[in-house]
Design a protein around this ligand. Structure first.
Ligand code: ASP
Length: 330
């Protein structure tokens, strides 16, 4: 008789735990952590339609001080799929009324939840919250800093597409608003760990200061940057973070940096076209390429997002080593 999906997950996990108690950044993740997250995510993906009871009697709150479509729905559905009780708070009224992030987080922590999924428009806020709550904090995007689950799901998409365990012979070209992108923040840290060659192509004004310190090759000509790339990763111009002041007009930006068929053809034949969403069609990427083109992996990224978030929620809310956090009270 074939094994229950739950048992297959337990077997794959083999008693392993993550070295971290929160997921704020990809920086502290060890090679073993990354392998563990992906081993489990792949198994969850195999049982896409099965409802698991692995996190039964555990609850989580999505605390989204900044808007979200896919990250919030993906975490929420991932938690529900593991039989967690979930609730979501978006653009919290308590903060508008003058309560601090820490007080709001400690209030939610008092419900004895196992995880707080936190998004803020300020960099560093989820790390600060993590020190003050017992629940595991998963950073769902903090300002311009990091978006670790996005980078993890992106890495899984690339590794599985090429059927490899690292990115040592892979060129990843990232095009767009690097300066304001927390996706870039996590991606550059994770992809460097995995051994990728990372190229960035952007107007000089949309590059962070000291971009050369990130371990990337900088290009101002997108066509040069795309040559032979294995991954073409487009980033949105983040108007809500003031990017419009850094480019002449979106139309001109798009003409110089938008991904078109002709530009994509400069990359490797098997190159993946990726984008974290939301896509601005005909600005970041030509409309015909977004979902219809066979090189586009944009919807595959979303599918892998669910699998990676299930993996993290199971690992962080259900530890074998019994490790817990101390919460600093103010
Ligand atoms: N969804 C991603 C983020 O939250 C990318 C974007 O918004 O452009 O950072």
């Amino acid at each position: 008789m074939s094994k229950q999906p739950e048992q297959e997950l337990i077997d794959i996990r083999a008693g392993r735990d993550l070295s971290v108690l929160d997921l704020i950044s990809v920086d502290p993740l060890t090679d073993d952590d990354i392998t563990l997250i992906f081993d489990i995510a792949r198994k969850f993906r195999d049982f896409e339609t099965h409802k698991f009871d692995l996190n039964k009697n555990r609850s989580m709150v999505n605390v989204f001080f900044e808007n979200s479509t896919r990250t919030m729905s993906s975490f929420d559905l991932a938690g529900k799929n593991l039989s967690m009780d979930t609730t979501s708070i978006s653009s919290s009224s308590s903060v508008k009324k003058g309560e601090s992030y820490i007080d709001t987080a400690q209030t939610l922590d008092s419900y004895n939840v196992k995880a707080l999924i936190v998004r803020t428009s300020e960099s560093g806020a989820s790390e600060m919250i993590a020190r003050h709550v017992k629940a595991a904090v998963l950073n769902a995007g903090d300002g311009w800093h990091e978006h670790p689950t996005q980078a993890l799901l992106d890495a899984l998409t690339i590794l599985d597409h090429y059927d490899v365990t690292d990115m040592k012979d892979k060129i990843v070209t990232i095009v767009g608003d690097i300066r304001h992108s927390r996706v870039f923040g996590s991606m550059v840290r994770l992809f460097n760990k995995l051994g990728a060659t990372i190229r960035v192509a952007a107007p000089q004004t949309l590059l962070p200061m000291h971009a050369d310190k990130f371990g990337v090759e900088i290009f101002y000509d997108v066509e040069d940057a795309l040559k032979d790339a294995h991954v073409v990763y487009a980033l949105r111009v983040q108007e809500e973070r003031g990017s419009n002041g850094y480019i002449p007009t979106l139309r001109e930006y798009s003409k110089m940096y938008g991904i078109t068929r002709k530009r994509l053809d400069l990359a490797n034949d098997k190159a993946l076209l990726m984008h974290p969403g939301p896509v601005r069609r005909d600005v970041d990427v030509h409309s015909a390429l977004v979902t219809m083109d066979e090189q586009s992996h944009i919807l595959r990224q979303v599918e892998n997002g669910m699998a990676v978030r299930k993996s993290l929620l199971w690992l962080l809310c259900n530890r074998n080593d019994g490790k817990t956090k101390d919460a600093v009270k103010l």
